[in-house]
Design a protein around this ligand. Structure first.
Ligand code: SIN
Ligand code: MN
Length: 264
């Protein structure tokens, strides 16, 4: 799949594109069906919330789960990734964020490239995220908030926060956020399961905790251009991947054929 000229212009201007219904209800059912078993595993790839122990992030499912391997090679994600990043890509990071009902904790304001640069020595912000909503994301269950246009500032100085949540993050201070929001405002794209949000590695974003009775499961595929591979291997392999092989695309109906062959 390729984005339209209008979507490309919006991405350039605002730093994100929101696409409702990128995946069908059947495809989302295939993806969601795998999540309980993934979250139930006792393995380091499941990073848990500090207080509740619920899964905050499941990392690297595409390396040990067949459905998510297909998601990581899906033409509706990787086609736009190659287009937006301008060349072949590999998967730098793959996660399913749980943001569990009542227990899902905050994600402080940050840029992803801040972490990729500081921790992984990624040379340029030529990586970005392709998010797929597995649940409805509404105003109550901690939607991702983005500051439109903030990607144009490039890498913003940040501080390493090791204490606010169970997951370390390079976070941006309140004065900078105040200024960025005065310029660009805040958006929080909401939509049903199957919606997709593609966002720039330098766009400033975060999300509040989830006090609602609804889980907010979202898959985040981070694609990086193969000529922009990371240079430092400080973080575990399941968080910052070291296989820089260009992704080869699956067929567009790969999730449906997976379901059919699993039923046989
Ligand atoms: C992230 O910024 O990586 C995740 C934020 C969220 O899932 O709300
Ligand atoms: Mn992020």
């Amino acid at each position: 799949m390729q984005l339209t000229q209008e979507q490309l212009e919006q991405f350039e201007r605002d730093g994100y594109v929101f696409i409702p219904d990128l995946f069908s209800a059947e495809e989302i059912a295939v993806m969601k069906g795998e999540v309980p078993a993934l979250f139930a595993q006792d393995r380091p790839e499941n990073v848990r919330e500090r207080v509740s122990g619920k899964v905050r992030t499941n990392f690297a499912a595409h390396t040990y789960n067949d459905v998510y391997r297909k998601v990581s090679r899906h033409p509706r994600l990787i086609g736009p990734a190659q287009q937006l990043l301008g060349g072949p890509v590999y998967i730098h990071q793959f996660k399913i964020n749980g943001k569990a009902a009542f227990d899902g904790d905050v994600w402080q304001w940050h840029q992803d490239y801040g972490t990729w640069q500081a921790d992984d020595q990624m040379p340029e912000p030529r990586a970005m995220n392709f998010a797929v909503y597995l649940d409805e994301v509404n105003e109550y269950n901690g939607p991702l908030m983005l500051i439109p246009g903030s990607h144009r500032k490039g890498a913003i100085p940040a501080a390493h926060d090791l204490s606010t949540t169970s997951y370390p993050l390079w976070v941006i201070n309140n004065d900078t956020i105040r200024q960025l929001v005065a310029e660009g405002g805040i958006v929080a794209p909401k939509g049903g399961p199957g919606s997709a949000l593609f966002f720039h590695g330098c766009i400033v974003h975060g999300s509040t905790s989830n006090m609602s009775p609804w889980d907010r499961w979202v898959v985040y595929v981070t694609a990086n251009r193969t000529d922009n591979a990371i240079r430092q291997f400080k973080r575990p392999e399941y968080i910052a991947h070291r296989d820089f092989t260009p992704i080869e695309l699956e067929s567009d109906d790969c999730l449906l054929t997976h379901r059919r062959s699993a039923a046989e």
